[in-house]
Design a protein around this ligand. Structure first.
Ligand SMILES: Cc1cc2nc3c(=O)[nH]c(=O)nc-3n(C[C@H](O)[C@H](O)[C@H](O)COP(=O)(O)O)c2cc1C
Length: 334
C-alpha cells in the first residue's frame, strides 16, 4: 500500500500537489536592502526543494516598505521584485515542485524597528512574550484601502512571477492577525467589533485578488487560535475559515496567532500545533496544513491516516538538511 505522504492532493481549482509534504514559509533574510532576491535566495530555495516536498512556500514578503519587519526581508512591493521572484518560481518548477509566495504587512509587529510608519487597527501594542513592541498609530479608512491595494498588487506580482499560489499571512501576530484578533482590533466601525467585522478587511482582500488574478490559487496562513487570553478562539477560527473558503481560499495553513510561531511552553513532542489544525480539517472544501516540530515518518503517517490534517508542513527539520530529510523520510519504497 502506498504510504499516505506520497499520495497527491488536488485542490478545488484543479491544482495538484504531488505529495502531502509542505515546506512552510521561512524567512531566509537573503534579500538585498531593497527587498530584491539575491543569488543566496535562489540557492536557498533550490536547496529546500531537495526535501522532496510537493509544495515549497516562499518566505514572508512585504507588500510595502512600511510593512517590513526585518532587514533583508524579501519584497513583493514593487515591480523591481519581479525578475527575482520569477527566477525563484522557475527554479522550483524546474525541480517539479509547486510553489506559493507568502505576502505580509507587519502592522504593529516591527521586530527590527525599521518600519517608517507603524500602524494597526486600534493603536494597541501587539502583545509579545519575549519583547515590548512599539505602539502603532490607529489606521484610517485610507490606510485600509492602501493595505488592500498593496496586498492585491503583491498578489498580481506573484501571479506574473509564475507562482502557483499566493498565501496571505494572517498569523504570528503580524498585520492581518492584528485585524482578526479582538486583542488588537477594538474598532467601532465596520472593520471592528464582531468576528464578521474583524474578518472584513481580509475577506475583501481575497475577493479582490480572486478578481484581479483568477489563475492564482489563494491560501491563508491563519492562527488556530491566539496564544493570549481573550484572543482568537477555535470557534472564531472555525467561523472565519468558512468565510475564507466561501471567498475562494483553497488551503488553510494553520499555525499560531498573537504570541508568535514558537512552541508553547506546555507542549511536548511532534506536531505542537496540529491540535489547532485538526478541528478545521474536513469542515470546509479547503485542504488543511498542520505544523510544529514534525520530523518523523511515523508521526506524518499517523496524522494523515487519522485525518487530523490533509498536508504536513516541516520547517526546521528540513532547513537543517533538505536532502538528508528526503533520504530519511521521502525516499519512495521500491
Ligand atoms: C528561520 C525561520 C523563519 C520563519 N519565517 C516564517 C515566515 O516567513 N512566515 C511564516 O509564516 N512562518 C515563518 N516561520 C515559521 C515556520 O513556517 C513554521 O511554522 C515553524 O518553524 C514551526 O515549524 P517547525 O517546527 O517544523 O520548524 C519561520 C520559522 C523559522 C525557523
Amino acid at each position: 500500500m502506498t504510504a499516505l505522504r506520497f499520495t497527491p492532493l488536488t485542490l478545488t481549482s484543479g491544482l495538484t500537489l504531488k505529495n502531502r509534504l509542505v515546506v512552510p514559509p521561512m524567512a531566509s533574510q537573503t534579500a538585498d536592502s531593497d527587498g530584491l532576491a539575491t543569488e543566496k535566495t535562489f540557492s536557498h530555495y533550490q536547496n529546500l526543494a531537495q526535501s522532496g516536498a510537493g509544495l515549497v512556500m516562499v518566505e514572508y514578503s512585504h507588500i510595502n516598505l512600511a510593512g517590513r519587519s526585518e532587514t533583508n526581508q524579501l519584497g513583493a512591493h514593487d515591480d523591481a521584485c519581479l525578475p527575482g521572484l520569477t527566477h525563484i518560481a522557475k527554479l522550483l518548477h524546474q525541480m517539479d515542485v509547486k510553489t506559493g509566495l507568502q505576502i505580509t504587512h507587519c502592522g504593529g509587529k516591527d521586530s527590527a524597528g525599521i518600519s517608517s510608519d507603524i500602524m494597526g487597527p486600534s493603536g494597541i501594542t501587539v502583545p509579545a512574550y519575549d519583547r515590548v513592541l512599539p505602539t502603532p498609530r490607529t489606521m484610517t479608512v485610507n490606510d485600509i484601502n492602501q493595505w488592500q491595494q498593496d496586498f492585491v498588487s503583491a498578489a498580481i506580482r506573484a501571479d506574473k512571477a509564475g507562482f502557483d499560489l499566493v498565501e496571505i499571512h494572517c498569523a504570528h501576530g503580524y498585520g492581518i492577525n492584528q485585524w482578526l484578533s479582538p486583542l488588537t482590533n477594538q474598532r467601532q466601525d465596520q472593520y471592528g467589533g464582531s468576528v464578521e467585522n474583524r474578518a472584513r478587511i481580509l475577506l475583501e482582500i481575497i475577493s479582490k485578488i480572486k478578481q484581479a488574478a483568477p489563475r492564482l490559487t489563494v491560501m491563508t496562513r491563519i492562527p488556530g487560535q491566539d496564544g493570549y487570553p481573550g484572543g482568537l478562539s477555535h470557534a472564531d477560527m472555525a467561523q472565519m475559515s468558512q468565510w475564507l473558503v466561501d471567498a475562494g481560499v483553497e488551503i488553510l495553513n494553520v499555525s499560531s496567532g498573537i504570541g508568535g510561531w514558537n512552541r508553547p511552553k506546555d507542549k511536548r513532542g511532534e506536531g505542537f500545533l496540529v491540535e489547532d489544525a485538526a478541528p478545521l480539517t474536513g469542515k470546509t472544501a479547503a485542504a488543511v496544513i498542520g505544523v510544529g516540530g514534525i520530523e518523523t515518518i511515523d508521526y506524518i503517517e499517523t496524522i494523515l491516516a487519522t485525518k487530523q490534517v490533509d498536508l504536513v508542513a516541516v520547517g526546521r527539520a528540513i532547513l537543517a538538511g533538505p536532502s538528508d530529510f528526503a533520504t530519511r523520510v521521502m525516499a519512495q519504497p521500491k
